[in-house]
Design a protein around this ligand. Sequence first.
Ligand SMILES: [Zn+2]
Length: 251
Amino acid sequence: MNKYIKPSKLIGNLYFAGTYEASTHLIDTGDGLILIDPGYFESLFMVINNIWELGFNPKDIKYILVSHAHSDHMDATDELVKLTGAKTFIGEDDLPLLTGEIYHFPIRPFKPDVLIKDGDIISLGNTKIKCIKTPGHTKGTISFFFDIEEKGNVYKAGMFGGAGCNTLVKKFLDKNCLPYESRNLFLQSVERLLKEKVDVFVGNHVQNNNTDKKIELLEKSDINPFIDSTEWQKFLLERKERIKEIINNNE
Ligand SMILES: [Zn+2]
């Protein structure tokens, strides 16, 4: 725990309830809460406290969405289900990571209620989340898209569910007997995401969209720094360059 992030409303009905190491977002749908990525098991107590601080009751979490089956996104899921009884969702192709059929890192698995397929829409209250399969970082990585309303305007929010190339370098793939094809899948996923229009880039990690810095800015300014229709494209183009570099140099 090297840095604290104040639990904050980001825009409209979207809130940040995570830690610096693992991002957790909450959507208040008016008919219960959707939580995206419970984070590490060890920091669940902080996430629970953050949810209370935001003025919500953790018991109102109805859906838990997991972007991909890595510990920093999902290790707290099983425990959070015990506390809330929430329904869990994860990409269908990440099931082999949960069962141990495919290995990346040590994880605390959970039993998913819903396996997300490409194009699925997850609906609760006033919110509809479009799910797009974006394999690469893991095979079952899911990216999420939904509308957010603030001050009478509707914005398109988007999260790239797994943007890291750390699982695509030669050393990692060889060590875990994983296919090199994952790199091409990542590139195709980035190409597909580039076609989405996004006004509010939601970080799968704090570093993706500088969540922490924007929260600080938000406190000082009337202009919401989370609204930026150029950021999504910029981030994806940088990811595209990085994966091409890895492929071309066989890093
Ligand atoms: Zn990951």
